[in-house]
Design a protein around this ligand. Structure first.
Ligand code: NDP
Length: 246
């Protein structure tokens, strides 16, 4: 496990957008960032799940979050522009984005991969994070220092049979992260990195490995140290890295 002990107020006054915040790792990341003082912007496609996370953060007495119901598969440029305008009015800037939402798609050989599912996976896992990042860049630029965190996977570092669009979208995510990190290295206060969560107990993991005993893999809570590290000021000098949460 990545070892890091976050100070209590690590994320105080930081505004952090989390995609896929309604369930799985994104849900735990949003609640954890809030517990360390951040105002989190909860983006996801299922309003009820986001509302539940919102209520839990409020009930815990953490900073009041913001709610953004948005389907990244169908979202258009104007949706992201609208979001940026709202966030600018509300907060003036943002300090971080956790690109966490992803689709697994199907596990099948490339030869028979459904092109429609291919497009869906690429849209959610790669195209939407690209466009969202691009359109939010002026707000990240206004932060004293900002952190963009993409979510990768072991199958995004070495190709593995039957992982199809998912694995390839993660290779592209690593590429997007590296390109952006290199571009921003000397020109801005924005750092850009990837997290590979490793096997983590979520619905996606259960779908990918139905025969696995969920108790045998890490919980989303277990992997939070790396998420906190990359969002907080202890990682100011870390840029262009792909790090393992466990
Ligand atoms: P889950 O499937 O449990 O959660 C994915 C989240 O993304 C959900 O909140 C889901 O929303 C959201 N989402 C999916 N499609 C869209 C969409 N079109 N628009 C908006 N939100 C969407 O996955 P995990 O928590 O397991 O995964 C989180 C990240 O970690 C992913 O990037 C995944 O690739 C990566 N990862 C996970 C591993 C694991 O073992 N769990 C291992 C390696 C990488 P909703 O709840 O509404 O469906």
């Amino acid at each position: 496990m990545f070892e890091y002990q976050a100070p209590e107020n690590l994320l105080r006054d930081r505004i952090i957008l989390v995609t896929g915040a309604g369930s799985g790792i994104g849900r735990t990341a949003a609640k954890t960032f809030a517990a360390y003082g951040a105002t989190v912007i909860l983006l996801g496609r299922t309003l009820e799940k986001l509302e539940q996370v919102y209520d839990e953060i409020e009930a815990a007495g953490h900073p009041q979050p913001a709610l953004v119901p948005l389907n990244l598969e169908s979202a258009q440029e104007h949706d992201f522009v609208e979001l940026t305008n709202t966030l600018e009015q509300e907060f003036g800037h943002i300090d971080g984005i956790l690109h966490n939402a992803s689709l697994l798609g199907v596990r099948t050989p490339i030869e028979s991969y459904d092109p429609v599912i291919w497009q869906q996976v690429m849209q959610v896992n790669l195209n939407a994070p690209f466009l969202l990042t691009q359109i939010l860049m002026p707000l990240l630029d206004k932060a004293e220092n900002a952190s963009i965190v993409f979510t990768s996977s072991t199958v995004g570092r070495k190709g593995r049979a039957y992982w199809g669009a998912y694995g390839i979208s993660k290779f592209a995510t690593e590429g997007l992260m590296q390109t952006l990190a290199d571009e921003l290295e000397t020109t801005s206060n924005i750092r850009t990195n990837c997290i590979n969560p490793g096997a983590t107990r979520t619905q996606m993991r259960a779908n990918a490995y139905p025969a696995e005993n969920p108790a045998s893999v890490a919980s989303p809570e277990d992997i939070m140290p790396l998420y906190l590290y990359l969002m907080g000021s202890d990682s100011l000098e870390v840029n262009g890295q792909s790090l393992d949460a466990q």
